[in-house]
Design a protein around this ligand. Sequence first.
Ligand code: NAP
Ligand code: 8YV
Length: 327
Amino acid sequence: MTRAEELQAVSILVPAGFNDHAVGRIDRTFTRIAIARADATLVTDEMRRTVRGIASYVGIDAALMDALPNLELIASFGVGYDSVDAGHAAAKNIMVTNTPDVLTDEVADTAIGLLINTIRDLPRAETWLRDGSWARQGNYPLSRLTLRGRRVGIFGMGRIGQAIARRLQAFGLPVAYHNRRPVDGLEYEYHQTLKGLAEAVDTLISVVPGTASTEKAVNAEILAALGANGVFVNIGRGSTVDEADLAAALANGTIAAAGLDVFADEPNVPKALLDAPNTSLLPHVGSASEHTRRAMADLCVDNLVSWFTERRPLTPVPETADVKARG
Ligand code: NAP
Ligand code: 8YV
């Protein structure tokens, strides 16, 4: 068999809808098996026998992994892989890969756009123009908030956090951050605790992964520390915020405004956040340009190709970094 014929014989399970470019490449390279949902109860005997890889942007749980005894690799589409049970994968010697770096600048751009929308109220100003209010009633009211004079804290100074910080520096704003550990060689002010960071700034941007250690980390105490002029932006994961505490803080003036791209139970957005006059909301579009989604699709499929030709991943997640190819 040629290398191409060998790859064509490898079955890749693709649950739910998936990126068109990735589907095209998988179809040209492997045998694709489509499945409506990532659900172990949908696994057939044929899938059980043949599936060696999964390409997905929906979550993959332990039950689905257990239902596929020949599964070697889960190529997750996205840098955040909180919806994949990577601990279980590692225990079962299944590799998990993600798509870091290729989306960093796009997500950082989106974070800056969301920050400015939140502070300067630009989406509502555009609605004012489009619905005829400008012509009927005159100028849009001055924005209560400004970016000028702000101090920005970044919760999660990783790849995307650093790209956001570089952009903020160009805006002339001081930046501080909190990670579990300071980043070597980074000059921004480091805070050992999230509360310490929130007390030191008036603008908090969260870009930490969704993990057990970040679950509802941004809560009433952190929002109170941010203060009445405070602006909170979340471009990381919705699970990192206590949404009830956030809605209360926005309603009672504990903070001034929030810009959110991510939510705890997407696509369901709490009514209190939808109704609040001081929120700017986006439907998880941080990386959502054709350019960047194509690059993510390429990296997702390149991981499959590398694994099934060279027997090594390109971008393994830390939990499965020690997983070795079988055979
Ligand atoms: P990354 O390079 O791994 O950065 C994550 C940062 O978070 C690291 O600096 C890490 O530092 C810090 N961190 C992790 N756990 C922490 C904790 N418990 N307390 C404090 N800091 C913690 O990841 P990235 O590429 O920047 O991506 C970050 C996240 O953004 C992704 O995981 C994803 O959830 C989200 N994201 C969202 C979108 C979107 O469309 N909205 C797009 C892409 C990514 P330490 O390990 O030192 O703590
Ligand atoms: C994607 C993301 O929207 O990469 C991430 O972690 O949140 C986004 O880029 C998502 O992964 C698409 O499935």
